[in-house]
Design a protein around this ligand. Sequence first.
Ligand code: SF4
Ligand code: SF4
Length: 185
Amino acid sequence: MKVDYTIPGCPPEPHQIWAVLQAVVGILLHGAEPPPSGSILGAGQVAVCQECLLEKNEKKIERFYRPYEIIPQPGLCLLEQGLVCMGPATRSGCGALCPQVGMGCRGCYGPLDGVEDQGARMLAAIASVISAGAPGEKEEDIEKQINAAVDTLADPAGTFYRFSMAHSLLNRVRINGHNASQGGM
Ligand code: SF4
Ligand code: SF4
């Protein structure tokens, strides 16, 4: 289905809706040029991480936690504490609301500009925080450590594609005539 414009967010933030309404008034009453068809309105263009005020230290972790399993240290990046946060893969515009109150971003603004697949981008971010492989360690031992860390991720497909499965690369993969995301794999 062709969509003229999208306002992302679940729900969109009031200041974003207000900005869109002002743009509409500008177009209707003052003859302003409408944005190109297909544009995403009322959102930023960078990742939520870039508007998140929590401190990032490139810390590596050995496992992930579900929100009820730990109380995060205030002021520090949640992903670096093992809590899944979709900030690296999600479009900005909300002011990083969820991380500021200790909850990982769930990705409701969808992928940011230049990211075709939100879940794949999130996988890359997850890989960047996993601690595995000291110098001289065997490859098979490193693989075991990575697998052990990944095994602590609850429902990765559901988590990484909560708001973007419909247009994900995963959903476009068809094996034996079935969508991979619907149990065809
Ligand atoms: S991963 Fe989450 S908590 Fe960490 S900086 Fe990005 S938005 Fe903030
Ligand atoms: S932090 Fe993430 S889940 Fe929360 S409102 Fe912003 S984009 Fe949505």
